[in-house]
Ligand binder design. Structure first.
Ligand code: 13P
Length: 343
């Protein structure tokens, strides 16, 4: 069996390098259709390729972005110039990653709760992805807050599959991003989100240890402790920063090389402000706190593009601005003045 220890170490460290974060462009076919519907663009293979092309080839991305998470279809596509996307990323110094889960299904006998599928045949798929250039992977589990939920069954089932996935990734030399996402769709407070996230992370790290996953070669991707979208009383930026860091300190072992956040439906601005507040207030945590945003990085860019080739430079500029703002937020150096430097 090949020993991937050195490579896993190098990849994990590079993913959360100083001032760098991850751009998630791994929307499933259903999700990208929703995003394209929002700008009146049909979700066809050529349109998806064109959009991912502008994200992948945006000039100067490597200054702020360590890696990009791709969807299976994207890993197999090429730039307009015919360069395979994984190669186009590597040539710029950006690491290609791949979403390997197959989405969520209803958990039997647990109304309103989901479990993520995709373990069957995963070892073989990872070998293929590695041969195509992917050096890290992502698996997203979803935890829903509601009356009487999440159940222990939902948290434990998802923690178990996340750990099984992570073990397979490390065996095949890919760094696993383990992503338990507690949704922010409900009317719950940030304190409730904090408590559920803490419970989920304890279960997750218990399972990771049990499955002999090497924590030093694992990146955690998680939600912040925020109130649900329907909660009338939203926590302040500082409260979100304090709750989130307290939760992580309670539940995430110091051996983990880095923590990246998902944006989960936060506005682009709030996602940046929250990350910045954490890094300003807590500059000496055991792990770097960075970003792995999808929507919060892409939204302004997607709008600027609107499916028109002539808008590509403006769209790339909008993307670069959000990347820069979030890179500065990783260092606690984001300011209103920086935000206003948008074109
Ligand atoms: P959002 O930042 O849009 O939540 O997406 C990140 C992601 O990869 C979710 O799995």
């Amino acid at each position: 069996m090949t020993d991937y220890t050195g490579q896993l170490e190098k990849t994990a460290r590079a993913m959360v390098a100083h001032g760098k974060g991850i751009l998630a462009i791994d929307e499933s076919q259903g999700t990208i259709k929703k995003r394209f519907d929002g700008i009146g663009v049909e979700s066809t293979e050529p349109n998806r390729r064109a959009y991912r092309d502008l994200l992948i080839t945006a000039p100067g991305g490597a200054e702020f972005i360590s890696g990009m998470i791709l969807f299976d279809e994207t890993l197999r596509q090429s730039t307009a110039a015919g360069v395979p996307f994984p190669k186009a990323l590597k040539d710029q110094g950006i690491m290609p990653g791949i979403k390997v889960d197959k989405g969520t299904k209803e958990l039997p006998a647990h109304p309103g709760e989901l479990v993520t599928e995709g373990l069957d045949g995963l070892r073989e798929r990872l070998i293929e992805y590695r041969n195509m250039g992917a050096v890290f992977a992502k698996w997203r589990a979803v935890i829903t807050i509601g009356p009487g939920i999440p159940s222990d069954a939902c948290i434990e089932a998802n923690a178990h599959v996340l750990a099984r996935y992570a073990g397979l990734c490390q065996e095949q030399g890919l760094v696993p991003i383990v992503e338990p996402e507690t949704l922010m769709d409900g009317d719950n407070t940030a304190e409730t989100c904090f408590a559920i996230t803490e419970r989920t992370l304890h279960a997750l790290f218990g399972q990771l240890v049990r499955q002999r996953v090497t924590l030093e070669h694992t990146i955690l991707k998680v939600n912040m402790a925020v109130g649900g979208k329907k909660c009338p009383q939203q926590a302040s930026v500082q409260q979100v920063a304090d709750l989130t860091v307290r939760c992580l300190l309670r539940a995430v072992p110091a051996a983990v090389p880095g923590i990246v956040f998902l944006s989960g439906g936060q506005s682009a601005l709030l996602a940046t402000m929250h990350l910045n507040a954490m890094n300003v207030t807590y500059p000496k945590l055991p792990w770097p706190l960075s970003f792995s945003y999808g929507r919060a990085l892409q939204e302004p860019c997607l709008k600027a593009w609107a499916g028109k080739p002539q808008n590509v430079p403006a769209a790339q500029k909008a993307l670069r601005h959000r990347e820069r703002c979030n890179s500065l937020a990783c260092l606690g150096q984001y300011t209103e003045a920086v935000e206003k430097q948008a074109a």
